[in-house]
Design a protein around this ligand. Structure first.
Ligand code: SAH
Ligand code: SF4
Length: 341
């Protein structure tokens, strides 16, 4: 497969042009086109010698993604289906809020983690996305939406910390001051709890936000919902998060998807608060989005609010994710499945 130019840092582009027999300055121009201007088609790169483009195109591409179609859903959420070079497909979601927009990026085709309630997990793992394929999602959506997203969340298909190197490189590219220059604090990585990845991330010197998907206040229940619990246990995960906060001075946000009759009881709200109270963090409650592969449902509004109140009363700060973008198959983390069928 050809290497996406969107995944290369300025130095790498300079070396690439030098290796093709051109001046390193051409690499700087290429960086401007790919990152600052966000081109996603060869013909839009205008001031490079045709011969250089030809040489590069043998091994590299500026078109790693093809837009297949857009489907919109209520609340202004927009969702795009894109095709990769090898014919696989991914989806990227754009979620508007009052004055900003958030793009939800995919990091893998499928996912190995197999969480019970997640469509990505149920369709199995196909492959990792390269840093270039991750950054190109941003560029392509910005071009189609006619507007640059303000925030980036790694909450689409896949487990970001299972594709650590390419995900980290994509963050450095999005964050690059001479490129898109998206502030690290506007970037959120979400993980199902890969402890070595969390520990490594703490040492990167990045100010990115970390979300950890918890979904259960104890090991027994978590194991039923998330097979990863068998490998990385809840107590160790909480320890890793505590260390992360200590090292980076950044709060962790714990994602908790509420499923009626499974993890939404007042007793579980108290158990969750007891687990998290000892250290500074936030909880984000997400009502379950229905997926065909999982029989569960979101609790009624009153139960969600009761759960929220209890956790709050026990001294842990809680937010409730608005239902925007949660309808149909628009929710992050449960993409592609419909297309695959
Ligand atoms: N793999 C990462 C990031 C992608 S999923 C992770 O699991 O954290 C982003 C979030 O959406 C996770 O918190 C995930 O648990 C949640 N999610 C997945 N399927 C969902 C569903 N059907 N309803 C609500 N939230 C869901
Ligand atoms: Fe993978 Fe996240 Fe879905 Fe679990 S919730 S299967 S980790 S994408």
């Amino acid at each position: 497969m050809k290497i996406a130019l969107q995944g290369l840092l300025p130095d790498e582009l300079r070396e690439l042009c030098a290796a093709a027999g051109e001046s390193a300055f051409r690499g700087q121009q290429l960086w401007q086109w790919v990152q600052a201007k966000g081109v996603t088609r060869w013909e839009d790169i205008r001031n490079l010698p045709g011969k250089l483009k030809e040489t590069l195109a043998r091994t590299h591409t500026v078109e790693p993604l093809k837009m297949l179609k857009e489907s919109s859903s209520s609340g202004g959420t927009r969702k795009w289906l894109m095709e990769l070079d090898d014919g696989e497909t991914i989806e990227t979601v754009l979620i508007p809020a009052r004055t900003w927009t958030t793009i939800c990026l995919s990091t893998q085709v499928g996912c190995k983690m197999g969480c019970a309630f997640c469509a990505s997990g149920q369709s199995g793992f196909v492959r990792h996305l390269s840093a270039g394929e991750i950054v190109a999602q941003f560029q392509l959506v910005a071009a189609f939406a006619g507007r640059r997203p303000d925030n980036v969340v790694y909450m689409g298909m896949g487990e970001p910390l299972d594709n650590y190197d390419d995900v980290l490189k994509s963050i450095r590219l999005l964050n690059h001051p001479e490129g898109l220059n998206i502030g690290a604090r506007r970037i959120t990585i979400s993980t199902s709890g890969i402890i070595p990845g969390i520990r490594k991330l703490a040492t990167e010197g990045l100010q990115v936000e970390l979300s950890v998907s918890l979904h259960a206040p104890n090991r027994e229940l978590r194991r039923q919902l998330m097979p990863i619990e068998n490998k990385y246990s809840l107590p160790d995960l909480i320890d890793a998060c505590r260390d992360y906060t200590r090292q980076t001075k950044r709060f962790v946000t714990f994602e908790y998807t509420l499923i009626q009759g499974v993890n939404d009881s007042p007793a579980m709200a108290r158990e969750l608060a007891r687990l998290l109270r000892p250290f500074p963090c936030r909880v984000n409650l997400i009502p379950l989005s229905p997926v065909e592969e999982f029989a569960g449902e979101a609790p009624p509004r009153a139960a969600i609010e009761a759960f929220q109140r209890i956790v709050e009363q026990h001294g842990v700060s809680v937010t409730l994710r608005a239902s925007k973008g949660q309808d149909a198959d628009a929710a992050c983390g449960q993409l592609r499945r419909r297309q695959a069928r």
